[in-house]
Structures are given as C-alpha cells and as structure tokens.
Ligand binder design. Structure first.
Ligand code: GUN
Ligand code: FE
Length: 467
C-alpha cells in the first residue's frame, strides 16, 4: 500500500495552527519534502523565490498540484487509543467506568491471547485511523506480548507513526484472574521485552514506531509494578502513558489507597516525566497541575469519552494556564468515534457546557465556570501542534525540519458535508467548516514521514498539470 519515498513538492493551500488560539491559511504555498520525509522548505505565494522554486519542482517532475476545493492540513495526533477495544466501538456506553471495565472491556481484551484475532482487529483499526487522517497514534495494547508485537508491526508496515504499549495490570484485587499479569515480575519483564522488540524491528531505524510504558491505571497495578515501571521508563528513555484522575470512582479510589491524588502518586512512582501522557485528568487540582507542568508531562484530553465515563468536564483552560501541555485523544472505545474531527467538536462542545453550566434550575451566574470556552482554532491546535508538543515529536504543523505528516482534504469529495460558498466564506471560515463538518469521506490522501500511506490521488495527482 505504501509508496516508495522520494523528494517531492506539493502546491496547495495550507491550513495549520502553529500557535494556540490562531490558525494560518496560506494560499498557493509550496511545501518541499526531502527524501527522508522531512519538510525541506515552505514557500508562501508572496515569497520572492516562489515562482523559481515552483518552476524547479515542475521541471524536476516532482510537483504535485492540489485541485480547487482541496486543502493541505497537518495529520492528526491521537494521544489515547485502546487498540483492543476497537470491536467495541459504539457499544456498552451505558455503564459506569468500573462496571464497563469488568463486564465488557476486560472480557474483550482477554481475547487477544489469540494472536490471529489481534491481527484481524489491529489491521482494521490501523487502516481506519489512517483513513481518518490520524498520522500519529498512541496505543494501549493488552497484557499479551505477541498481540502487542503484532500491533507494532502492523503500524510499521502501514507506515503509521505510533507509540505502542503493553498494558501492565497485576493487582489481583482489581483485575480478574482471566485477564491480568500473573505477577509483578511478568508485568515488568513483558514491558521490557516489548520495548526491546519494537526498537529492534527491521525497518524501524527511524523510530517511526516507539514503545511506551503503560501501567493501565493506579487501581489495577501494585505499588511494585508502578515504581519498577517508573525505573524502567527512565533506564530505557521510554515514553509513559496511563489514566489519571478520570472519574469520581477512580480518583477517590487512589485517594483512599495512597492518601494522595493520581498526579502526586505517579510523580512519587517516577511516572511523571517530560514524556508522560496522562489520559483524562478531569479531577486534577491546582497542585496537581503544578506537579504535571513541573514535570513537563502532558494530558490527553478525551472529551467525547468524558461525557460517558468521567462524571465531569476536563478543566482545559485552567490546565493550559498553569503550563500543562495538552492534546486530544479519541479514547477508543470509551469515546465512540475513530475521528479526531469528532474529538475537536466534542472538545469545543464540552468547553461550552463547562463555561455556561448545564443545570437550568441553577441561576445563570452560578451555573458554569467562567473563561472555559474554546473555539475551532484551539481545538485544531490541540489535535495537531498540541499533541506533537505533548509527545515531543517533530510534527503537527508545516515548517522546515518537521516531518511531512499531512492530509489532503477535499471539500468537494463525494459525500462531503462541508459546503463552501466562495462568495460568502473567508479562508478561515472554510477551515472552521472543515473542523465542524469534515468526515473521512473528505480525506483523499494521507502522508506520514513523506510517504503516501492512503490516497485516491484525486487531490494531488503525481504529474503536474495546469497551474
Ligand atoms: N481506566 C482504566 N482502563 C480504562 C479504559 O480502558 N478506558 C478508560 N476510559 N478508562 C480506563
Ligand atoms: Fe482510556
């Protein structure tokens, strides 16, 4: 499926969000991509050398020109996905978190002892996410070594930038006999083995797929596993992911067990680092924010999932103001959508609900939390640049030296719900309509590290045609 990589240039209208709260739209820009998949140059239409560079690309036969109605956007960075929960997408959303885990999720995840089943599900998931424009995916796997290896290999083969973690969960009080690590040593050794396996994978010399240390969440792990995984992450220089203060039940459970919040407990276990992704974090206090920001850790805000399982809305603005890095996650299958466009839309809606409040029985001035709202610009930043900053990866926007991870979006594609009225809509209006209305039908091409990994070529024909 993937194309061989070579230097090329794309002439297109770019839309990206380098800074929180604003977007940039550059018509008729030229993005030159080097052989290694990095962006060599971004030349806007007003640059003195625009015509010259365009001509050079054209005469080298490497110019791809996007059609009218098409736009080039950075690929999405989904900071929180449970790969094994893919068959459960859109099911079982009626239960509270602890029942959902015990009754639906653990039985499903236990099936990945069958590696053939894992192959079937993970191929479908990775293909679907790429088609939805997710160029970087941060995955929780299961406890099973072979299934996790299969996930990493499928990501590499399909060309998706990914972080893949072996879920560690060893506490017999909280995890069922049929689905847990048999011992603390099993959880730790299994994690170490996956780190080694992923780093040694043939064809992964650029580190497109990376391991990530993954204690499921404090309630499912013994103290020994938590502290040893902190040590392992440090000694191997690995990223870390876990769930943090997600719901009333989970947050209170940790307070009861350890006498401190998730963020402080994770810090004390050595699990709060510059490369930690904390899913949810809905109940973090001002002191938690200070600890998270001080460590340089980031939050995967999963607004759609939070409507079902979190009992609250994540205080996004408050966290950002305290210096916490934040990006977006789908939390498949806690969040019933594979589309980061849906994450953007849910983040905007959640922020509006938080600001205005939701209970009409309360007076307006006591109903909500002031200064909580975000708009499409903030949401688009969270899904791209914000996610890249959380992970510390060179992606998320268009600039020389960053990776060319991008999507071609055709507002005129068959099945598009994005209606553009050229006499009425500014370029920023068009991006707003894309954030609110685009679906995978509009995503015609996807590149990761400069390789076209999905594409109909309707938007970016190989041969240059008229200008
Ligand atoms: N907390 C522990 N495991 C999970 C999970 O699979 N999904 C969510 N949303 N929260 C969790
Ligand atoms: Fe989750």
């Amino acid at each position: 499926m993937t194309e061989r990589r070579g230097a090329f240039a794309v002439r297109a209208t770019l839309m990206h969000a380098p800074h929180f709260g604003s977007v940039e739209v550059a018509s008729d820009a030229l993005v030159e991509v080097a052989e290694d998949g990095s962006i060599a140059a971004v030349t806007t239409a007003d640059a003195a050398d625009h015509g010259q560079r365009l001509e050079a690309a054209r005469s080298a036969g490497i110019l791809q020109t996007m059609s009218p109605g098409c736009y080039l956007l950075p690929g999405f960075i989904d900071l929180h996905i449970h790969a094994p929960q893919w068959p459960q997408l859109g099911k079982a959303l009626h239960l509270p978190l602890s029942d959902w885990l015990a009754k639906n999720t653990f039985p499903l995840e236990a099936r990945y002892a069958d590696t053939a089943f894992a192959h079937r599900v993970y191929s479908s998931l990775v293909n679907t996410l790429i088609a939805n424009g997710t160029t970087t995916a941060v995955y929780f796997g299961t406890v099973h070594g072979e299934a996790n290896q299969a996930l990493a290999e499928i990501c590499l083969e399909r060309g998706q930038r990914a972080f893949v973690g072996k879920v560690a969960m060893d506490d017999p009080d909280q995890c069922p006999d049929y689905y847990r690590d048999a011992s603390a040593a099993d959880a730790i050794d299994g994690t170490a083995r996956l780190i080694e396996h992923i780093r040694a994978l043939g064809g992964n010399d650029t580190g497109l797929v990376k391991p990530i240390v993954t204690p499921r969440f404090i309630p499912s792990c013994s103290d020994e596993v938590l502290s040893e995984l902190g040590r392992l992450a440090r000694s191997t220089g690995s990223h870390i992911q876990t769930h943090c203060s997600e719901s009333d039940w989970e947050h209170d459970f940790v307070l009861q067990r350890l006498g401190k919040s998730d963020a402080h407990a994770l810090r004390d276990f050595g699990l709060l680092t510059r490369h930690t992704v904390l899913a949810h974090s809905n109940f973090i206090s001002a002191q938690d924010c200070t600890a998270i920001a001080g460590a340089g850790a980031g939050v995967a805000h999963c607004p759609l999932s939070n409507f079902y399982f979190a009992n609250s809305v994540f205080p996004l603005r408050a966290a950002l103001e305290k210096g916490v890095r934040v990006g977006l996650g789908t939390d498949i299958s806690g969040g019933p959508s594979a589309s980061m466009f849906d994450s953007c839309r849910s983040a905007i809606a959640a922020s509006r609900a938080l600001e205005d409040g939701v209970d009409p029985m309360r007076p307006a001035d006591e109903r909500g939390t002031e200064d909580s709202r975000i708009d499409f610009r903030h949401a688009f930043w969270l899904a791209t640049t914000g996610g890249a900053e959380v992970l510390d990866i060179p992606a998320g926007r268009f600039a020389p030296g960053l990776q060319f991870d991008a999507i071609a979006l055709d507002t005129r594609a068959a099945g598009s719900n994005v209606g553009v009225w050229e006499d009425l809509d500014s370029e920023e209006d068009i991006l707003q309509k894309i954030v609110y209305g685009a679906t995978r039908d509009c995503i015609t091409d996807v590149w990761i590290a400069g390789r076209r990994v999905h594409g109909s070529e309707t938007c970016a024909p190989q041969a240059s045609h008229k200008d």
